[in-house]
Design a protein around this ligand. Structure first.
Ligand code: PMP
Length: 355
């Protein structure tokens, strides 16, 4: 740290992204990417012709992509906001809607970026404990008197709550903004997007990084009332008006139009999820019910940290956190059947060695 860093940031604990090793090939099950490449139409959309236009700025309004999303989700263009990954969307949410008078609440075990943004903006925040077995109790958020962020399905647990439960939370907090982070909704869950036209305090955020195989393109979006989108626009145009680059914009339009390809991939991932959970159960693992493209699992025979380290030494990357309440557990992305078979084979080996 230099002596020039603003005192505002001196104590800040930055978010630590999952490892993205560039040195060796791993079976990479640590950051919930899709094992499938983008759809063929996406490869065509990022054409030499599009590359040759990189001398020109992209459309700051992202009109073509917002129109494609609006058609797809049967909302208006004015309901759609684009961001450079849903991480940027979260950043905008915290900056736009939260302050000393409007604090924010989120589950204590959830996406690690939420407290980082809260601290970045020096917001008072409440980390609401989950209940037994990492269940999120909607009652804990009803009338809570602050803005709310909930990942649904939650990460890293994979657990989901129902649309009716989200509706209760949104309805009982009509003076605050509720952000539902649906990064993992397309792996069997039901989206709460239909609630957007009923509630002007609901913002639903999704990403192209998981279901839509575009993590490297960095694209997230939010759907909400036109007034909320206008608020987000104020912050976007005050920080980075060209936040979505030209190539990602072209790739994303083709992505939205290739929905069936991604739905089929999701069906395969859901089937691989059931296969992996069953195989782990036979090995004595306890796995939480997951509606995401990952599972949260633990074994009484090998603790989470050791399992993570030993798997890594054998070429399989999963995610582990030292945080005491989840230190026993590992989060494992669901990849292709071949990747899951390698993972399971290494787990079997490790269990045999620990005896
Ligand atoms: N929300 C949740 C719950 C996540 O797990 C992630 C990915 N780590 C994100 C948002 C951010 O995803 P991205 O910025 O790639 O859209």
């Amino acid at each position: 740290m230099s002596k020039f860093l603003s005192a505002r940031f001196s104590g800040l604990e930055a978010y630590v992204p999952g490892e993205q090793p560039q040195d060796m090939q791993y079976v990479k099950l640590n950051t919930n990417e899709s094992p499938f490449p983008p759809a063929p139409a996406v490869l065509e959309a990022v054409s030499a012709a599009e590359v040759s236009r990189l001398n020109l700025y992209p459309d700051p309004e992202g009109r073509a992509l917002r129109e494609a999303l609006a058609r797809h989700y049967e909302v208006k263009v004015e309901n759609v906001f684009l961001a450079n990954g849903s991480d940027e969307l979260l950043n905008f949410f915290f900056m736009t809607f939260c302050d000393e008078e409007r604090p924010v609440a989120f589950p204590e075990v959830s996406y690690g970026f939420y407290p980082v943004y809260a601290n970045l903006y020096r917001l008072p925040f409440r980390a609401v404990p989950l209940r037994a077995e990492f269940r999120l109790e909607p009652e804990d958020y009803c009338g809570i008197g602050s803005n709310i962020v909930i990942a649904n399905p939650n990460a890293p647990t994979g657990r989901i709550i129902g649309v009716n439960e989200i509706e209760r939370i949104v309805r009982s907090n009509s003076d605050h903004v509720v952000l539902i982070d649906e990064a993992y909704i397309d792996f069997g869950g039901e989206s709460c997007l239909p609630l957007v036209e009923k509630y002007d305090n609901l913002l639903v955020c999704q990403t192209f990084s998981k279901f839509r195989s575009l993590a490297g393109g960095r694209l997230g979006f939010a759907i909400g009332s036109p007034a909320l989108i206008e608020d987000l626009d104020i912050i976007k145009y005050s920080t980075n008006s060209y936040n979505i680059n030209r190539l990602t914009m072209a790739a994303a339009v083709a992505t939205v139009e290739s929905d069936e390809y991604y739905r089929e991939n999701s069906r395969i991932i859901q089937s691989n999820r059931a296969y992996t959970v069953e195989a782990l159960e036979k090995l004595g693992f306890e796995t939480l019910p997951s509606m995401a493209n990952f599972i949260f699992t633990r074994s009484s025979r090998v603790d989470g940290g050791r399992l993570y380290r030993t798997l890594k030494a054998r070429g399989v990357l999963v995610r582990h956190w030292d945080k005491p309440s989840i230190a026993d557990w590992c989060r494992v992305t669901i990849g292709s059947r071949e990747q899951m078979d390698v993972f399971l084979a290494k787990v079997r080996e490790i269990l045999e060695e620990v005896g």
